[in-house]
Design a protein around this ligand. Structure first.
Ligand SMILES: [Zn+2]
Length: 299
């Protein structure tokens, strides 16, 4: 049984618990880089805290704020971040930093903290996370995975983290109307495209197994698996990648390849648990968009 279920079943909670969306685990975790001891923050998902809204064309699940709990999003909590040095990773990897890279990550502590505070202002991982800490956790995870071995699929984890960071940046842009988040979002979407492309190429050359990343999401409500990975590569190239590519020939080459990749999602004819009608329709629409682009040359 998870701690989450334990806590939800407990009756004698402190006053005010009912309106909380997260709690800090009782046991302490030690940061492998700076040895800070801290308590991991975990989300409480029951009792109507999560109010699912629509699914976007990027397979992102939107959540509708409720009067009682306000804005709640599981993405804020999925990355473990050290509140002192901001070293960040998905939970399965957090304590498994390769020994050969510990010194480099330790030598970068001052630089890492300065980067976070200079770029994002006062973030605080000792308090309940807000969307800003959620965004910073995904940005810092992208940095950490440069230090991990291929067996944990670091390229795919950077790709996923960049995409999730782009989503949160897009939410912050909507909330604040600040061009900083608008530019950050554009950069993150393009980075997500580049890393999905990189991960796909590494898979084809046998150098990194995308599926070793575990849950490929791309969001946390459902794992769309390898077909979801292919679809996200296709949609990111279409929406964010193609327009940044100068050469028409290169655009057409990538579009033709992507059309074939996307057709693999609905082309096999087999039903599979990672497919559903909505997803197949999205893949078909993307396929049609590529066919149109290839015929007309216009996005
Ligand atoms: Zn640390």
């Amino acid at each position: 049984m998870s701690e989450l279920e334990n806590l939800e079943e407990e009756q004698a909670e402190p006053a005010g618990f009912e309106s909380k969306v997260s709690f800090f685990a009782k046991e302490q975790t030690v940061c492998p880089i700076c040895e800070e001891k801290f308590n991991i923050e975990r989300m409480l998902s029951g009792r109507g805290r999560l109010n699912a809204g629509k699914l976007t064309d990027e397979l992102r699940r939107l959540y509708i704020p409720t009067p009682k709990f306000g804005k709640v999003n599981p993405l804020y909590y999925i990355i473990i971040t050290c509140p002192n040095c901001f070293y960040s990773a998905y939970e399965a990897d957090f304590k498994n930093t390769p020994h050969s890279n510990l010194d480099r990550l330790r030598n970068d502590i001052v630089k890492r903290k300065k980067f976070v505070y200079d770029t994002f202002g006062m973030v605080d991982f000792k308090k309940p996370r807000t969307i800003l800490e959620g965004l910073v956790s995904f940005i810092m995870a992208q940095y950490s995975y440069a230090f991990f071995p291929t067996k944990v699929a670091p390229t795919t984890k950077i790709a996923l983290s960049a995409l999730r960071a782009a989503w949160l940046s897009s939410d912050l842009e909507g909330e604040t109307k600040d061009s900083f988040y608008s530019n950050l979002k554009d950069n993150l979407y393009f980075k997500a495209y580049e890393y999905y492309a990189k991960a796909y190429n590494l898979l084809n050359s046998g150098k990194e197994n995308v599926e070793a990343a575990g849950n490929l999401g791309p969001d946390l409500d459902k794992n769309y698996g390898f077909h979801g990975f292919l679809y996200i590569y296709g949609i990111l190239l279409y929406k964010y990648g193609l327009k940044k590519i100068q050469s028409k020939d290169e655009q057409l080459k990538l579009a033709n390849e992507a059309k074939i990749i996307v057709s693999r999602i609905f082309g096999s004819g087999k039903s599979s648990k990672d497919k559903n009608v909505f997803f197949l329709d999205m893949a078909r629409s993307l396929y049609d968009a590529y066919a149109k682009f290839i015929a007309s040359g216009n996005l």
